[in-house]
Design a protein around this ligand. Structure first.
Ligand SMILES: CC(C)(COP(=O)(O)OP(=O)(O)OC[C@H]1O[C@@H](n2cnc3c(N)ncnc32)[C@H](O)[C@@H]1OP(=O)(O)O)[C@@H](O)C(=O)NCCC(=O)NCCS
Length: 170
């Protein structure tokens, strides 16, 4: 595979993002149910930025930077105005274990730092690959709480909160 390029998401990427999300939803139930408005799901309210990893002209990975809610801010112990949340984060099944997610995550930390913000995120405990990725990238587990949704196997979601390391590129 050619080395993917990281780019700010444009309208022209949306079709590829939806195709990529379809592979992820089928494989991982992320999200648990296919959204009624998938483009809207990929563009949460107040979204600051969205980034894609593109390889061989197809979208391989995606994340957004969105406002961090008060619950996440409380878990982290910083005001929500100083935080930005990584969300809608996935890599297509075919492109996995090649460092695509790690590069996108580093980009999120870097662009957050450029805006004077610290990146945070929440992850469900069953997403063990994602948790490994965050901890290996130096993100700090700072809190845990029950979510307001159920996982594909019917459990009440158990969410872990993570705080990004300080930007290494600055
Ligand atoms: C989690 C996810 C984004 C990882 O994408 P990826 O591009 O395969 O991740 P990377 O190749 O950058 O992985 C970097 C490191 O993270 C860890 N890691 C990633 N996926 C892993 C897995 N499935 N199992 C164990 N460790 C994993 C490993 O340490 C890996 O390094 P290595 O391959 O040298 O061992 C992808 O599996 C995915 O889209 N999952 C479904 C959606 C999801 O869970 N999103 C996160 C929501 S919070």
């Amino acid at each position: 595979m050619a080395e993917p390029t990281l780019r700010p998401r444009t309208d022209g990427h949306m079709k590829g993002c939806l195709q990529a999300l379809a592979t992820v939803q089928a494989a991982d139930r992320y999200p648990v149910d296919w959204p009624a408005d998938p483009e809207g799901w990929l563009t949460p309210p107040g979204m600051r930025e969205a980034w894609v990893a593109v390889g061989d002209s197809s979208v391989l990975g995606h994340l957004v930077l969105a406002p961090a809610g008060e619950a996440l801010a409380d878990a982290v112990g910083l005001p929500s105005e100083r935080l930005v949340s990584v969300a809608r984060f996935f890599v297509t099944v075919a492109a996995r274990r090649q460092g695509v997610a790690a590069r996108l995550l580093d980009k999120a930390v870097e662009v957050a730092a450029t805006d004077g913000l610290r990146a945070v995120l929440q992850v469900e405990v069953g997403a063990t690959g994602a948790i490994r990725l965050y901890e290996r990238a130096g993100w700090r587990h700072v809190g845990a709480a029950a979510g307001d949704w159920r996982t594909a196997d019917g459990r009440v979601a158990q969410m872990r909160s993570y705080l990004a390391p300080l930007d290494r590129s600055s």
